[in-house]
Design a protein around this ligand. Sequence first.
Ligand code: GLU
Length: 510
Amino acid sequence: MENREVRVRFAPSPTGALHIGGVRTALYNYLFARHHGGKFLLRIEDTDSHRFVPGAEQYIFDSLKWCGISVDEGIEEGGPHAPYRQSERKEIYFKYAKQLVDSGNAYYAFDSAEDLEKARKDAESRKEIFAYGPATRMSLCNSLALSQEETAKRLQEKGWTIRFKMPENEDVEMDDIIRGHIKVNTSTLDDKVLYKSADELPTYHLANIVDDHLMEISHVIRGEEWIPSLPLHYLLYRAFGWSDTQPQFAHLPLLLKPQGQGKLSKRDGDKFGFPVFPLQWNSPDGEVAMGYREEGYFPEAFVNMLALLGWNPGGEQEIFSMDELISLFSLEKVSKAGARFSFEKAKWFNTQYLRTKSDEFLGEILKKMLSEKKGIEVTLERAAKAVSLIKERATFPSDLLPLTIYLFEAPTEYDAKSVSKSWKAEDVENLKRLADFFAAAPSFGKEQNSAATHEWLTENNLSMGRVMNALRIAILGAAQGPDIFAICEFLGKEETLSRIARAIDTIPAN
Ligand code: GLU
């Protein structure tokens, strides 16, 4: 056991878009596999045909790729245990279900949906909850209660199931790497369906255990919502005689809503106006849900943020590359408590990552936006220079256009508040004088121009704040923005003077 090769799997069901909680499960599996030099498998669990959603499987592949989570064995990659889609492994499972019947750990059940509904109602009328289990199974329609002949006859007809025979009143002792020892008495558990003859398919529990065994999975890392299934899974391993090689388990904490109350749900995205999916999801029925990618997140920022939702290597550092995450990751440092999702923090990560991108990389994006959205053609050099002036203020690449547009387009409107405060007759007069000073300036380089202008302001006893605000209004349309001398340098003397002249002509002093 100790020296066993690490083999983990991410086993999503393609029932819709992959929620960020699912992406985090995939990420932790991936980090764990890479940290231990093991294998990361992607298995699609699609045995519940009623819940199958077209496009969901491709969405899972695309999401993992976007995050940089590479798969070693899977549907697209192949591998020694192919196929990796459970619906294509159909033939495998019956044999195992039958094995459990033969060893007395499972039985055939023939109850119709109506019979079960009636049993449920009857129990309800007695203020009890119906459970198919030790207390009720002998009064229901199954191979334990019926004669051999009757059972053989009923097996000829479709519609039977195989149910696990839950042991009576037994303590199941389990271990979880994150949660420690867990003990559950089987009296709280029922006889789960393992196999359905109607579609010749196993249910999740059977397929999951059989595949984890056949695929030699060493560790099962999955969401906390699967803890209630753990006793059954332990008992299934025992019933098959596989306890010695059963995987170790680690159940991850929930991702909580921003307020910290309750699980972050798929609907929370719409409710709070932030994405809960990695990529935009266009559902088959026409619904569109936002994605981190489309909202302008860098995959590295998204992955970094997700990695820290429930795990922390200790210390102050918050920015980690994928390689750093791999080298630091350990299940022991995953917390038991739910991790509260914060959209503000997600944005903070993106801001940090945007700053690490080169001016040229972002300049390319800006150049394209200017051309496509504004019909303005600029060189890459110009776009990169513009980016360098405002990079610190941007969170998303899409911010680059509004943050720089005034560098490429003279303002046509002027902010009323700025004008009413900083555009008095005296300000206009002083701005005219500044324009004359600029016109005569031997250099328009930001350092020299700034130093010379400061000196000129002092000599002429002019208020730096007032003159600069008037200049900003003329150049940018509002009394705000980054270093004004850097902007003047970018625009050049001619454009700077023309904007000042136009503002003086068009805005009446107040
Ligand atoms: N198919 C299950 C899911 O959708 C997998 C659970 C597990 O990892 O065992 O989450």
